[in-house]
Design a protein around this ligand. Structure first.
Ligand code: P6P
Length: 324
């Protein structure tokens, strides 16, 4: 089994990017250990704080955020970080740092207290060449500018899914503390019979989304002429991992509960990194109207409607919205 570090070097990955990924994995290993302890180390449950998203922070949200922030800001390659759990970007002392890292430290954290899979999602950008002083503008780059993206899924096993722009590979955390290559050149099946959506929001969706879901549920009796299965884990990392592993469609579309927001999920540290992984594995990732990685951000915490997964299924969903 090949070690993460030697795999990246063997594939001529930029040595500074390799070093940054190693740093990220130091944090993720610590998070994995804290999660494994669970109730035993008193890290479950909530804090008295609410983050900028308006969500009650879990103890482990804060722990994961602090671990990632600490190790990244100590690395001279890192100019700054942006986190779901931080109101504003946090800059290091390294003004000549080459990279910016955005992350959701513990995605799906509503699942922690029920012992269901959660994950860390990360996206790596380079500081723009013409960058001046530290400002949020340094981060406001579209998803095509990402130099690397990935997640660590803390499930029955801890698995890193990583792309540096040359395909997707997965590495499993061994008891030795090493990430070992376990899935090389991951490719998403072009078609699928499985979709993931939170059905309780049905009445709030746009008509094309309701029609699309109605037709999936109609199965072989309906216009799609095949039966579908449904999943909803309420942990995007777990849903995307399933899709990378066996195909599928995941969507969290715009809904009328908060019509001013384009969607629930965040572009910079959920939509973009997951879209890079999905596209690098041969899938598609869309707002239902346009490619997510081409959305120009104007806010570090901006939200986006997401539909991603098996190419043919995302294309079918987009067609329902074109008819609109
Ligand atoms: P809902 C987790 O909070 C998250 O950001 C994603 O990981 C997940 O797919 C979604 O929200 C779940 O949202 O509305 O079903 O709880």
């Amino acid at each position: 089994m090949q070690l993460l570090n030697s795999f990246l070097k063997h594939h001529q990955t930029d040595p500074e990017l390799v070093e940054l990924i190693d740093t990220l994995m130091i944090a993720c290993k610590e998070i994995a250990l804290q999660l494994r302890e669970g109730e035993l180390s008193g890290v479950l449950g909530v804090t008295d704080n609410t983050n900028i998203q308006g969500e009650t922070q879990k103890k482990l949200d804060v722990i994961a955020n602090e671990v990632l922030k600490k190790v990244l800001l100590l690395n001279p390659l890192v100019r700054g970080i942006a986190s779901e759990e931080e109101d504003d970007p946090v800059f290091s002392d390294h003004m000549d740092g080459r990279f910016l890292v955005t992350f959701d430290p513990l995605d799906g954290s509503s699942n922690i207290d029920i012992n269901v899979s959660v994950g860390t999602i990360f996206s790596i950008l380079e500081v723009p060449r013409d960058a001046g002083e530290n400002s949020v503008e340094l981060f406001l780059q579209n998803g095509c500018n990402q130099v690397a993206a990935g997640y660590v899924l803390y499930g029955p096993s801890a698995v890193l899914a990583l792309t540096t722009g040359d395909g997707v590979n997965m590495f499993t955390l061994a008891h030795t503390g090493d990430f070992l290559l376990t899935h090389e050149d991951v490719t998403i099946p072009v078609s699928t019979g499985e979709f993931a959506i939170n059905m309780s929001n049905y009445r709030f969706w746009e008509a094309p989304m309701r029609q699309y879901i109605d037709d999936l549920i109609a199965g072989s009796d309906g216009p799609r002429e095949k039966n579908y299965n449904m999943r909803w884990i309420a942990s995007m990392v777990a849903e995307v991992h399933r899709i990378l592993t066996r195909g599928g469609l995941f969507t969290y579309p715009w809904d009328a509960r908060e019509p001013a927001k384009p969607g629930k999920l965040r572009l910079m540290y959920e939509g973009n990194p997951m879209s890079m992984l999905i596209e690098q594995a041969g899938g598609l990732s869309s707002t239902c109207y346009s490619r997510i990685m081409e959305v120009e951000p104007d806010n570090i915490h901006q939200r986006v409607s997401i539909a991603l997964g098996s190419r043919e299924e995302v294309e079918a969903l987009i067609k329902y919205h074109e008819k609109k």
